[in-house]
Design a protein around this ligand. Structure first.
Ligand code: ARG
Length: 442
């Protein structure tokens, strides 16, 4: 029973939040005349001493005492006697763990938000550096149209910004205090839940005691935001792996983020990127794990809910590590701009520019222009040259109206510079967008 029942091995991570919650609760009990001021003073000193014990690694954690709440309370009573036994008045472990866990998730959100902002700063900084450097833009991982490397990086800035928005939303809904719900029905003591809520930085007490002790939607929202962020980080990691591969070599990572092979001396493996990609599996799994724990539970508390913590801790750890590694790689990577530029011009990447020129200059309907361009691509392919490698005569054989002016739009730099529509890849757009992000991020 002890082995399946005890949670101290993982919920000891709540110790700071548990002590904060108990300090606020004891202060409220004294203020409301439910315990004596002298008892509250003893409780405060006792809890502060216990915090120091845990901090320094001297606290005697015991599985027989089940969880962090009972471990701390038992130690408190050992130190201060009866006053320790009064701390749990008008409280249950059900509202206690709910408040601890909300505080923990809120602290995690604040830390992760700062890391997400840091990643955005790293990406936007590199985007500003490479606002005008072309690379092939892909769809289906096939060369589509030239874009700039800065533009590509800013796409991730936008994604990470929405990831922050999701955390912010989750934080706002999370920020209510369950204290006062007690076991499930509320309490008969004349408590002041608004006082504990304010002391712990919550916006208000929760409105329904059953809900307060029985929902973990706040943790699920955190994990959902984490799963989406992990999906973004994993996509970026995958691109990093592709860019670092020998046939691409768009970017190089230093030894700080790669490992060598024990047998193939030429290799520099992008392990950090691969692990970010893999850790997304844990984060997606954590969301499914907690949803599955919760979905069949009748109100109110059930011991099943003790299993809410490991997935949240695991996801939060993987998230923090993935963000640190990703920001580190973004700052570390050395783009090979010459290679990217060359690749941007290969694969008929400016075929759309040619079609657009036919529409603009010769007033061809777009579908006809698309058709003419397709035939020109086929000709170029047959001769083993790029579109710019065709002669004017060859072009005119497909469409007599074509003039030498067409060659100006087949150039990669001209192509990206022409994409001036809002949110497009023109270097001026990209430089301005990067500057805007960097200003917002401070
Ligand atoms: N360790 C428990 C948990 O994390 C604390 C709440 C226990 N409540 C109870 N009624 N047994 O859920």
């Amino acid at each position: 029973m002890q082995e399946i029942n005890a949670s101290i091995d993982f919920d000891r991570r709540l110790w700071r939040q548990d002590i904060r919650g108990s300090l606020a609760h004891a202060a409220m009990l004294a203020r409301c005349g439910i315990i004596e001021p002298a008892d509250e003073a003893d409780i405060r000193q006792g809890l502060e001493a216990i915090a120091a014990e845990i901090e320094s690694g001297r606290f005697p954690f015991s599985a027989a005492l089940e969880d962090i709440h009972m471990n701390i309370e038992a130690r408190l009573t050992e130190r201060i006697g009866d006053a320790g036994r009064r701390l749990h008045t008008a409280r249950s472990r059900n509202d206690q763990v709910a408040v601890d866990f909300r505080l923990w998730v809120r602290d995690a959100i604040d830390g992760l938000d700062a890391q997400l902002a840091d990643l955005m700063r790293a990406l936007a900084g590199r985007a500003a550096e490479h606002a005008a450097d072309p690379m092939p833009g892909f769809t289906h991982l096939q060369t589509a149209q030239p874009v700039t490397f800065g533009h590509h990086l800013l796409a991730y800035v936008a994604m990470v910004s929405r990831d922050r928005g999701r955390l912010e939303d989750a934080r706002r809904r999370l920020n209510e205090s369950p204290l006062g719900a007690a076991a499930l029905a509320g309490t008969s003591f004349p408590i002041d839940p608004a006082m504990t809520a304010a002391a712990l930085g919550f916006d208000r007490p929760m409105g329904n005691s059953l809900d307060a002790v029985s929902d973990r939607d706040f943790a699920i929202e955190f994990l959902a935001a984490g799963a989406i962020s992990a999906m973004h980080l994993s996509r970026f990691a995958e691109e990093m792996v592709i860019w670092c591969s020998a046939p691409f070599r768009f970017v190089a990572l230093s030894d700080a983020f790669t490992t060598g092979s024990s047998i193939m001396p030429q290799k520099r493996n992008p392990d950090a990127a691969e692990l970010v990609r893999a850790k997304s599996g844990r984060m997606l799994g954590s969301l499914v794990a907690l949803l599955t724990v919760m979905k069949g539970l009748p109100l109110a508390y059930g011991k099943d809910m003790q299993e809410d913590k490991p997935p949240v801790f695991e996801a939060a750890d993987a998230w923090a590590l993935s963000l640190a590694a990703t920001a580190g790689m973004v700052r570390d990577m050395q783009p090979d701009t010459a290679r990217m530029r060359a690749a941007a011009g290969a694969g008929f990447a400016t075929a759309t520019d040619l079609a657009d020129w036919l529409v603009r200059t010769l007033r061809l309907p777009f579908r006809s222009a698309h058709h003419v361009t397709g035939r020109l691509v086929a000709r170029a392919e047959a001769r083993g040259v790029d579109l710019a490698g065709l002669t004017l005569a060859e072009m005119q054989a497909e469409e007599p109206g074509i003039t030498a002016a067409v060659f100006s739009v087949l150039d990669v730099a001209a192509s990206v510079a022409s994409r001036r529509s809002a949110g497009g890849t023109a270097p001026d757009n990209v430089a301005a967008a990067a500057a805007r992000w960097l200003e917002v991020l401070g």
